[in-house]
Write a protein that binds this ligand. Structure first.
Ligand SMILES: [Zn+2]
Length: 249
């Protein structure tokens, strides 16, 4: 399929007549047609062979490149109906991402990934529990994913709730999983309030660090895979204001 762009080129022809004092300027309008090939929407999905060839560093680079496409408005066009059909027989994802519940953090979009590319676990406050650890172990040890990513984000309501000590229904117990990050953040220099975006960010980053540590200490399977270089485990702070990333140790 080709897209036709009509371009109007204005060609100014200036003719000087040395002999004539008042040099006339002639302007000519030339219309031309340029054929620009339109890129085909991506209709392939990850195969086992492609997954096995990837290194953890390849996957991380792929995700960083995807995020650059995302926040610069250059996201990949995909043929979803074709990808649904091709992915149905089996999945060979590149990564597993633990994200917050927040509607402003659409994980696949943030990394410009498609159907069959990534396992996503979500819970408000992106904390670790045994179910999410089991899910990550399945993603990597059983299904071959090469990257484990924990992604917190700017302006996280769960982090703010934990800072404020919100008590409401099951939210009360859920927030106890984030309280250790609040406790770890008491060294913060400024106002330790949920209304202070810098403090909320500080707690969020600590919350991601705690999750990374829990993965390594509570999952011998993932720790061994990391030590052998079979997977990479990384932390991310996602900025909802511009769609960019910061790494968290
Ligand atoms: Zn959140």
């Amino acid at each position: 399929m080709k897209k036709t762009i009509k371009m109007t080129m204005v060609l100014a022809l200036v003719s000087f007549f040395v002999a004539c004092k008042e040099a006339p300027v002639k302007e000519e309008v030339v219309e031309t047609t340029i054929e620009v090939p339109e890129t085909q929407p991506l209709d392939n999905v990850m195969t086992k062979e492609q997954q096995q060839k990837l290194t953890p560093d390849d996957v991380l680079k792929d995700f960083i490149d995807g995020n650059n496409r995302f926040h610069s408005g250059n996201i990949t066009r995909r043929n979803h109906s074709e990808q649904i059909r091709k992915s149905a027989p089996g999945q060979f994802p590149k990564a597993v991402v633990l994200s917050c519940l927040d509607s402003r953090v659409p994980v696949e979009d943030v990394f410009d990934q498609g159907i069959g590319d990534v396992f996503v676990g979500r819970v408000a406050g992106n904390f670790i529990n045994v179910d999410l650890l089991g899910s990550m172990e399945f993603a990597c040890k059983v299904a071959g994913a090469k990257l484990v990513m924990v992604m917190g984000h700017q302006d996280c309501g769960a982090i703010k709730g934990a800072i404020d000590g919100v008590e409401l229904g099951n939210i009360t117990e859920m927030l106890t999983k984030i309280k250790p990050a609040v406790a770890k953040s008491q060294d913060f220099g400024g106002a330790k309030l949920s209304s202070n975006p810098e403090f909320v960010k500080h707690v969020c980053r600590n919350n991601v660090s705690i999750a990374l540590n829990q993965i390594r200490t509570q999952s011998p399977i993932l720790k061994e895979m990391e030590d052998k270089g079979e997977i990479k485990i990384v932390g991310i702070f996602y900025r909802i204001t511009d769609g960019t990333l910061e790494f968290v140790e």
